[in-house]
Design a protein around this ligand. Structure first.
Ligand code: PAF
Length: 282
């Protein structure tokens, strides 16, 4: 398996492949790969001749130093896992200097308000950091398609917006959330939970499902109050936000309108680990 750590070399490699009519899929990751990532890689392999998996813990998208430091890093394991999946994968694993040189700062983006709610409200600068690294990866790899998980649904919509606004020639593909047996959305951060909390964390998805069952018969406010109450009474999880928002604009819903698609979004702390999830409501 080829592992690149230089932008220039990867770019030269992918341009050469493109000249030979090879289609390329990009799967950006921050490593600590799990079956959620592997499902993205498999989807990318099924639609392209070659898949580039980037592994880079991007410092500019972390608003908390502690979260960045504790982010799991399992490079050797990640490579072993990818080797088992296919020979048509190359890895891009740059150092921070290679991406940011001496200036570890994000560019600033206009995401048309998509970044002002939920994750954007609670994680200052997060989406500028995501935009910066994803734009750089897209331009370095020049993929036909890039694959992102719907667990970070707001991120997915923001990347779609960036590609549309900047008129970039890449197709962004959203892929369904993979879940652990108890329902917890797969995430590299789950590694930091104790076994018991990890099992109990199915509660988050179960609450979203119960909110979905109430959607249509209860008002948005009633559902939000009910979710708050459920978390206030749970010993393990602290609710940061629960929101019902329009799927395209991410505008929090006050009233449910016909012909609009809505999604429930949630962020929760468990043992100091931040977990997010979402579920389509209609
Ligand atoms: O979703 C992630 O893991 C990251 O935000 C991404 C897209 C790899 C950018 O660093």
């Amino acid at each position: 398996m080829i592992i690149f750590d230089r932008k220039k070399e990867l770019n030269a490699f992918t341009l050469e492949k493109r000249k030979k009519d090879c289609t390329i899929g990009l799967v950006p990751t921050m490593g600590a790969l799990h079956s959620g990532h592997i499902s993205l890689v498999k989807k990318a392999l099924s639609e392209n001749d070659l898949v580039v998996v980037s592994i880079f813990v991007n410092p500019t998208q972390f608003d908390k130093k502690d979260d960045l430091e504790k982010y799991p890093r399992t490079f050797e394991q990640d490579i072993d896992l990818l080797k088992k999946v296919s020979n048509n994968i190359v890895v891009f694993a740059p150092a921070v200097d290679e991406i940011y040189e001496s200036n570890v700062k994000s560019a600033s983006y206009d995401f048309d308000g998509l970044d002002k709610v939920m994750e954007g409200e609670f994680r200052t600068g997060h989406f500028d950091g995501v935009g910066t690294i994803v734009e750089l990866l897209l331009k370095t790899v020049s993929p036909d398609k890039a694959y992102f998980g719907e667990k970070d649904f707001q991120q997915l919509q923001i990347i779609r917006k960036m590609v549309e606004t900047k008129n970039l020639p890449y197709t962004i593909v959203g892929c369904p959330i993979e879940r652990e047996p108890h329902g917890l959305a797969m995430s590299s951060r789950n590694e930091r939970l104790s076994k018991n909390t990890r099992e109990q964390a199915g509660f988050i998805h179960a609450t979203l499902q119960a909110a979905k069952a109430k959607f249509g018969t209860n008002s948005v406010l009633e559902i939000k109050d009910w979710v708050k109450y459920e978390f206030e009474n749970h010993p393990l999880f602290d609710l940061e936000y629960f929101e019902i928002a329009d799927e395209d604009t991410l505008t929090p819903a006050l009233k449910i309108l016909d012909n609009q698609k809505y999604r429930a979004f949630i962020a929760v702390y468990a043992e100091g680990v931040r977990l997010i999830d979402n579920l389509r409501l209609n």
